[in-house]
Structures are given as C-alpha cells and as structure tokens.
Write a protein that binds this ligand. Structure first.
Ligand code: 6GU
Length: 224
C-alpha cells in the first residue's frame, strides 16, 4: 500500500513512522509512505500557503494553488482510491473505515491547518473527510498519524501472530478481556484461577464473558 501525506509540518509526521511496527512495515515493503511539504509547491515568492478569508474574520485559510498542484502531480503519476482530508467536521473514524481503507492500493491524506482550507479544495479534490473524535486539535497531522497507524496495522504481514489484529477490541464489536502475566501473585494481587487451570475451554468461556461484561459496562453503544 502507498500513502502520500500532504502537510505544512512534515517533521510532526516523521517521528511516528520511524519507529517500531510502522518502520518495519516500510522495511518489509508492505507500506510506502511519502510525506510531502505543501510549502515546496507554493508559487508565491515568499512560499506562502495561506491567506486572509474573504468576507473578513479572524484566522488564515490555506490557499488552493500549492495543494491543488501537489494533488494534480500525484494523481497524474498513479490512480488514488481516496483523497482524504483530516478535519474535525469529518466523519468520525471507526474500525470499519480502517478495515476498508487497509484494502486500498493508493491513498492521499491532506492535513488541514489554520481556520481551514479553501472550500473549493474540499468540493473538487477531496473524496473523504475524516475526524478522529469530538475535540479540536491544532492541526490534522496528529490525526493523520492515528489514521495511518490504524490502517497499516491491518495490512497482512504487518503484525505477527502474537499481535494479530483479529483479536482486537472493536473487531467484533467487543472490548478485549483483561490479560495477566507472571507472577501469579504480586503483593497479594492474584491472577484469576481459571487462567492457571490449563482448561482451555473454560478459559475461552471466561474471556468471552469478561469481554461481554466489560463492553456492557464501558461501551454499551457497541452492543446495539
Ligand atoms: Cl482530523 N483535525 C483537527 N484539527 N482536529 C481534530 C481532528 C482532525 N479530529 C479530531 N479533532
């Protein structure tokens, strides 16, 4: 899978993808990630990427030209399945969308900033708008990191069996059951006996029941 991220703050994105599983996905050739600096495409003599909004009002707006030129350059080189804009007024990201996006070949992710971007970019160039929750971030970069991480870990071969995405919370609309490791007792805090029993049928039943209990208590909305 190829992901192109368009940003005015490329440094914010480089760190998270240079470590651990995201780094390994790239080394294994399962993810091709390109981070583009929108400013590099500005034809303005001061490399400006924003301007005052028409009609007046506080806050700068990202201009069309550098973003449109960059998107046009990319779409001439290959076909993209989605051109996504990260914005707090987009559709809230759910596992279902992560699953769908993980099957795509090429996607572009545009990170918004300032008051927003010129509406005509959204109207004419964007195919999907995503928010990562009902709160406001200073820009779309951290949200883009969340989105990419949630997609890439679903690409076959990215996770090993131990960390397999199949047993994730949310994949079956259930939260995960509690987990324990050695020692069996710490400060008088005990691991549930059933997990030490060696009876795997009982253990599976216990885990299922705990997952259901936890979901009912914490996220009843998932059971609807
Ligand atoms: Cl995608 N962008 C910004 N700026 N804030 C957000 C968001 C995105 N998702 C939640 N809050």
């Amino acid at each position: 899978m190829r992901i192109d991220i368009l940003t005015i703050l490329p440094k914010l994105l480089e760190g998270p993808f240079s470590e651990s599983i995201m780094k390994r996905a790239q080394e294994k050739g399962l993810l091709e990630l390109y981070i583009h600096n929108i400013r590099d495409y500005s034809k303005n003599k001061h490399k400006k990427v924003d301007d005052e909004q028409y009609g007046g009002g506080a806050g700068m707006v990202m201009t069309i030209q550098p973003i449109a030129d960059l998107i046009e350059k990319l779409t001439h080189e290959r076909d993209y399945d989605e051109i996504i804009f990260m914005t707090p007024d987009g559709e809230i990201l759910e596992q279902k969308t992560c699953n769908e996006l993980s099957t795509k070949k090429n996607i572009i992710i545009l990170c918004g900033h300032y008051k927003g971007i010129d509406e005509r970019i959204r109207e004419h160039l964007i195919t999907k708008e995503i928010s990562i929750g009902s709160y406001v971030l200073t820009g779309g970069e951290l949200a883009a990191c969340v989105l990419v991480d949630s997609i890439v870990r679903l690409i076959p071969g990215v996770l090993n069996d131990e960390t397999s995405a199949l047993t994730d919370s949310f994949q079956d609309n259930l939260l995960s059951p509690p987990v324990y490791t050695r020692p069996a007792e710490y400060n008088g805090w005990k691991v549930p006996n059933v997990l030490l029993s060696g009876n795997f049928k009982k253990i599976d039943e216990w885990r299922e029941q705990k997952a259901l209990e936890r979901t009912k208590k914490r996220r009843p909305d998932l059971l609807k």
